[in-house]
Design a protein around this ligand. Structure first.
Ligand code: NAI
Length: 319
């Protein structure tokens, strides 16, 4: 059995992301209380977690040192928010992406928590200064934004409110590392945090290249999946620069003029509508028809790829 010393965590909202967090915390030996507004949601979540953990164990991909049954025994459902957070050292909010709803949850939590627990939101794009506005426990608040599917993609962006205590950031950073995630510190809040800013930069140039008839939608995706993406799974854009010349200084010396020349030709922000959206949609639907079955099957394949990639990354890191 896990050492009870690992601590207790409360998850608020047992949907897709809440389930993933529950599994990750259990993999680190933490006792998890999964809170939601209805019995059905909690029951469904616990069933999905059981199925997923059994699958992971069978395929040799279960995280942590405990077996699936031991990890499952650490997770329980809860329909009372006060009970859910009692004894918790970390609360991870995972309710739908709606500012008013998140504010309501944090206001409720603000009234029942002590001054030690960390209050963390999974929000993808709401700014901490909005989500945690006016809370008495604001020093203990932080955004910990995971990437879908969090069990296979370890990055977590930590984004503080301007009044978040450094200790809150440090504790959350250490906790994320403990459960095998890969935290990054976003020093100051900014729309899109870091990940979505990079993602949107890529999406917008992809869109412009297709819109202008430079490449087809399917070839555009190949540029990433069989080109840039191959190395980006292991090294980032800055290290790529460093390695693609005799170090960073040599890269900037050699290529900065060329990069600036190309960057000046970038077009305006696309509106993602009209003929281009039809063209892109048609191409995507040829590859993956947009009915729920085909989409689900393709997502499952994607997750299988990510799972194997995660294994490879672990092997490569240990070399
Ligand atoms: P979801 O819709 O799958 O789950 C939300 C859960 O919250 C549901 O089980 C719902 O019953 C519950 N809920 C609703 N009102 C509640 C309340 N008042 N108290 C407690 N529980 C309540 O949503 P999902 O995808 O899990 O997203 C959760 C958060 O994670 C959002 O902020 C989202 O932006 C963020 N996120 C989502 C990612 C994704 O790809 N789905 C990736 C990274 C972050």
């Amino acid at each position: 059995m896990a050492s009870p010393a690992a601590g207790e965590v409360a998850i608020i909202g047992s949907g897709l992301i809440g389930q993933s967090w529950a599994m990750l915390f259990a993999s680190g030996g933490f006792k998890v209380k999964l809170y939601d507004i209805g019995q059905q949601q909690v029951t469904n979540a616990l069933e999905k977690i059981r199925k997923e953990m059994k699958f992971l164990e069978q395929s040799g991909s279960l995280k942590g040192s405990l077996g699936a049954e031991e990890q499952l025994s650490l997770i329980s459902g809860c329909l009372n928010i006060q009970e859910a957070v009692e004894g918790a050292m970390h609360i991870q909010e995972c309710v739908p992406e709606n500012l008013e709803l998140k504010k309501k949850i944090f206001t409720q939590l603000d009234q029942i928590v002590d001054d030690k627990v960390v209050l963390s939101s999974s929000t993808s794009c709401l700014l901490p200064s909005k989500v945690f506005a006016g809370l008495a426990h604001v020093k203990q608040c932080i955004v910990a934004h995971p990437v879908n599917p969090p069990y296979y993609v370890p990055l977590v962006e930590l984004v503080p409110h301007p009044k978040t205590a450094p200790m809150t950031v440090d504790r959350t950073y250490a906790l994320m590392q403990k459960i095998g995630q890969s935290p990054v510190r976003v020093m100051k809040e900014i729309d899109g945090f870091a990940l979505n800013r990079l993602q949107y930069a890529v999406i917008s140039e992809a869109w412009r290249l297709v819109e202008e008839g430079i490449v087809s939608p399917s070839d555009l995706d190949l540029v990433m999946s069989d080109g840039l993406g191959m190395r980006y799974a292991f090294i980032g854009p800055l290290e790529t620069m460093h390695l693609n010349a005799e170090g960073m200084l040599s890269y900037c010396d050699r290529y900065s003029e060329g990069m600036q020349h190309v960057l000046k030709t970038f077009g305006p922000i696309p509106d993602f509508s009209g003929a281009t959206v039809e063209k892109v949609n048609q191409a995507m639907c040829v590859k993956v028809p947009s009915d729920p079955e085909h989409l689900a099957a393709r997502r499952q394949w994607r997750d299988e790829c990510l799972l194997r990639l995660a294994k490879l990354k672990r092997q490569m890191q240990s070399q």
